[in-house]
Design a protein around this ligand. Structure first.
Ligand code: SF4
Length: 380
């Protein structure tokens, strides 16, 4: 949808000290030597692909994981230098790193700032140390407070706090306490994630065996709505279902995923979206490192998105945002007037106050934003 917009760049750091019980991301526990091998492999991948991006400008970098803050000191600075010398970046590039409070130190913070990082995303999840431990997450309340002391004392300007809702054992008051803590610490951005219990995780197994009780959707929806009200009262804008920001602090990088802007993913198992193609790097660390040692691509799957798939994605992604779906642009791109082709569904949803049309944009109403999946599906 967005043509000639600067691209985003994502780099995955697939290391964690320990697997959290609910996590199904690709992550490995690794020593310094293995981290060095991975950094070498990332450098090789950058050298392999950079020619394809000559003439393109990037305006966001996102180092995610895994746990980017567990790698040895100097890793992130070396990676940043390599990126800046290999690709062309806009003057105001947003440069984010995800950190886990359990592995964040003052020394690492100074390294990040010197490397050009201007946005830090803190995996807070919850302030309750006991609950975090129950789910196999390493950080404690002291770690979280220590992290925010460092960020606050240095007046670091752009901090995101990640918050998880729906962890078995979590209560409404503990969720709200975490949100209030983030507000008090003046974070500019808050991401709220509802727990998805994936097959194969320890959490899934514990729920199946009756050791944990999942939190009913009705409860998490009411918690989310309370969070929304609290953040709204404190001048945060909900610009996407899971994302809230002070005006001007919406994440440039995340927005690229929702508005179909090109982005390149590096490392294992990153995915990319470039000029209509989606492609995915291998999930296996050994395969990735072997491919890089042999000077071969790590992409294991690539597809050109058909018009039908792009249409579906456009509806799904844009209705997750507060901006909504640009109906005129949709008609231009897909030769379809949605108000005609989905007239019955749209009329019904408008009559139930679930959808609205404003200035040519189709939007989900505030009240139904968090449970918009069924609304979105009915329009596809
Ligand atoms: S720190 Fe994040 S990526 Fe690592 S295991 Fe926990 S949830 Fe997964």
């Amino acid at each position: 949808m967005v043509k000639n917009k600067p691209m985003g760049l994502y780099v995955h750091i697939p290391f964690c000290s320990k697997k959290c019980d609910y996590c199904d991301f690709v992550s490995y526990s690794m020593n310094k030597k293995a981290q060095q091998q991975y950094l070498d492999a990332l450098f090789s991948e950058i050298d392999l692909v950079k020619r394809q991006y000559i003439g393109k400008t990037f305006d966001s970098i996102y180092i995610g994981g895994g746990t980017p803050s567990i790698v040895y000191e100097g890793f992130i600075a070396g990676l940043a230098r390599k990126l800046f010398s290999s690709f062309h970046f806009a003057e105001k590039t947003e440069f984010t790193i995800e950190i886990n409070p359990a592995s964040f130190t003052k020394e690492k913070f100074f390294e990040y700032v010197q490397a050009g990082i201007n946005r830090i995303s803190v995996g807070v999840q919850c302030l309750d140390s006991k609950l975090l431990a129950l789910h196999g997450r390493l950080q404690s309340l002291e770690n979280i407070k220590g992290t925010f002391d460092i960020l606050r004392n240095s007046q670091f300007p752009n901090v995101n706090g990640d918050l998880m809702i729906g962890l078995p054992g979590q209560t409404r008051s503990s969720v709200l306490k975490t949100v209030k803590f983030l507000i008090k610490n003046k974070v500019k951005h808050i991401s709220t994630y509802g727990l998805q219990v994936e097959k194969g995780t320890m959490t899934f197994d514990k729920i199946r065996r009756g050791k944990f009780k999942s939190i009913p959707d009705k409860k998490t929806v009411s918690w989310y709505n309370k969070i929304y009200k609290l953040l709204k009262k404190n001048d945060y804008i909900r610009y996407e279902i899971s994302n809230f920001a002070k005006p001007g602090f919406e994440s440039k990088h995340n927005s690229k995923y929702w508005d179909e802007t090109n982005y390149l993913g590096l490392g294992v198992p990153s995915h990319s979206f470039v000029d209509g193609y989606r492609f995915y790097n291998t999930k296996r660390l050994d395969t990735y490192i072997d491919a890089m040692n042999d000077g071969k691509s790590a992409v294991y799957s690539k597809e050109y998105l058909s018009k039908a798939n792009r249409r579906t994605e456009r509806i799904m992604l844009s209705l997750r945002t507060i901006r909504g779906l640009d109906l005129e642009q949709f008609e231009q791109d897909f030769n379809e007037n949605l108000l005609v082709s989905r007239k019955d569904q749209i009329d019904l949803l408008i009559s139930k106050n679930m959808l609205k049309i404003e200035d040519g944009y189709l939007k989900v109403t505030d009240k139904h934003f968090y449970v918009s999946n069924s609304i979105i599906v009915s329009l596809i």
